[in-house]
Write a protein of this length. Structure first.
Length: 129
């Protein structure tokens, strides 16, 4: 019975930390309208597989995700270290049935491959007008 209650409280895969009826906030790294996922577990995987880019949040990685069970939108977000610690605690608590979202955290650190500055800086180039 305890296992059934546990699986009812969270519909994400065992390797994903998530909670039904919880909406986490953060800096947007990928909009949900561009990232439909069939399940909360797939949304978590999308967050884990997200490749940070210098063009998005200065290389911010996805460490929080939010999935809607009706629209299937999966919003990928980045939280500061303090906010992430708070979110880890919130994921461990029961969510509010009034909140339709499923949310979770991704604690895996993934470096931003294209955030390394070039070895040689050649300065700005101007074109005569």
């Amino acid at each position: 019975a305890a296992a059934a209650a546990s699986s009812a409280s969270s519909s994400v895969a065992a390797d994903c930390s998530g909670r039904e009826h919880l909406e986490l906030w953060g800096l947007l790294v990928q909009a949900g309208g561009d990232n439909d996922q069939p399940t909360a577990a797939d949304c978590c995987r999308s967050c884990r597989e997200y490749e940070p880019s210098l063009d998005v949040g200065g290389g911010a990685q996805c460490n929080a995700w939010v999935w809607h069970p009706v629209s299937k939108e999966c919003w990928l977000k980045h939280q500061s270290a303090d906010d992430l610690r708070h979110s880890v605690a919130r994921v461990a608590q029961a969510g509010s049935p009034a909140v339709p979202w499923h949310s979770g955290v991704n604690l895996e650190v993934k470096p931003c491959a294209d955030c390394v500055p070039p070895a040689v800086y050649s300065g700005c180039k101007y074109k005569d007008v």
